[in-house]
Write a protein that binds this ligand. Structure first.
Ligand code: ADP
Ligand code: TRP
Length: 328
């Protein structure tokens, strides 16, 4: 890895099967940018403790995300793959960030406000979530953080926190990271047209079997328009998922079929099923092979954890000096 490359960092929580919303919103960028950036991609396991509080589920979730990363094509020779829990420095920095951040500022976070609006019992972890994420990002000196639209505010929290630390401790230790959000796929819609999300039950799993793809697509609600009638692409859930799988030219051809009329919902759904299967199958097959070689997967994570932790330790040395606790 050459030092002149900019640094990319991102992570996914091990909270259940990843879906095509995660892929098109965030993970695809990790793969596409792995040559251009010095990349650090991790499994945000401690972030998941805010909701996953079961040993088996946590361990399996971590293994799943590791397999997912490799199956989508992240190359461990190019990308440092690791799990957050291998970096104790993250929590040390998180505490320092806690002490320079006010409660009202954290109360403005969307995730916190949503949880509050739903009258959920909010644990301290959910409240502090943005600062743990700021620690992940700033420890590795990330220039860019590829994420979906829903994570943009969190990257802004990381920027603000970097600036705050630099001001308070009169240093230039932290870089200000930028979110990388793909135009056109800011938010991938689910089978019901709302944001695709594990919590809405409207997902198409990224490694779905053919049967699962069929079931998900068949569940997409449609109106009573006949085959010949023109259909609006903007509001059509089948089209809005299908478009993600096509290049510009094919997307235009498909859009015309909708707007000109002649494409019935049955045919549209069958087309989407085949397109999803063609896109998912190679990744699904690669994942099935990797499951049989977990030792290699663990070795990759361990080696990545060591590298990321070494970088984090260097950064923390500077932080401890700036804060004044390093007196020897
Ligand atoms: P979920 O919302 O399903 O729980 P996560 O919060 O684990 O997903 O998100 C992991 C990554 O995927 C984040 O970068 C997030 O912004 C992105 N992401 C999740 N859902 C979508 C979506 N529907 N469209 C675009 N990006 C998404
Ligand atoms: N909050 C992110 C999500 O819900 C996961 C995450 C944790 C992350 N730390 C990060 C993403 C640092 C990018 C950078 O998806």
């Amino acid at each position: 890895m050459s030092n002149s490359k900019k640094i990319l960092l991102s992570g996914v929580k091990p909270t259940g099967r990843v879906h095509i919303g995660n892929y098109f919103g965030a993970m695809k960028q990790f793969v596409e940018l792995q040559n251009e950036y010095e990349s650090y991609v991790f499994i945000a396991d401690y972030h998941a403790v805010t909701t996953v509080q079961n040993k088996e589920q946590m361990s399996q979730g971590i293994i799943d995300v590791a397999l997912d990363y490799l199956a989508i094509g992240l190359d461990p020779k190019k990308v440092v793959l690791f799990k957050q829990s291998d970096l104790p420095q993250v929590h040390e920095l998180n505490w320092i960030f806690n002490c320079i951040t006010t409660m009202p500022y954290l109360m403005r976070a969307h995730a916190y406000k949503d949880a509050e609006a739903k009258n959920k019992e909010i644990n301290v972890g959910i409240f502090d979530y943005p600062l743990l994420m700021a620690a992940d990002i700033l420890l590795q000196d990330a220039d860019v953080v590829p994420v979906g639209q829903d994570q943009k505010q969190h990257v802004e929290y990381a920027r603000d926190t970097a600036q705050k630390f630099n001001n308070v401790f009169n240093s230039e230790i932290f870089k200000l990271p930028e979110p990388l959000i793909l135009k056109n796929v800011e938010t991938v819609p689910g089978t019901d047209g709302r944001k695709m999300s594990k919590s809405y039950g409207n997902v198409i799993p990224l490694f779905a079997t053919y049967e699962e793809i069929k079931k998900a697509v068949m569940s997409i609600p449609t109106d009573s328009k006949g085959v010949a009638e023109p259909k609006d692409t903007e509001t059509n859930h089948i089209y809005n998922i299908h478009r993600l799988l096509l290049n510009n030219a094919d997307r235009q051809i498909l859009a015309l079929k909708y707007t000109n009329g002649g494409l019935g919902y049955k045919e549209a759904k069958e087309g989407l099923i085949e397109a999803l299967e063609a896109f998912i199958r190679p990744m699904r097959e690669r994942r099935e092979m990797l499951v049989h070689d977990l030792d290699t997967v663990f070795d990759i994570l361990k080696a990545g954890g060591q590298r990321a932790s070494m970088r984090a330790e260097k950064k923390m040395d500077m932080v401890r000096k700036a804060v004044g606790v390093d007196i020897y």
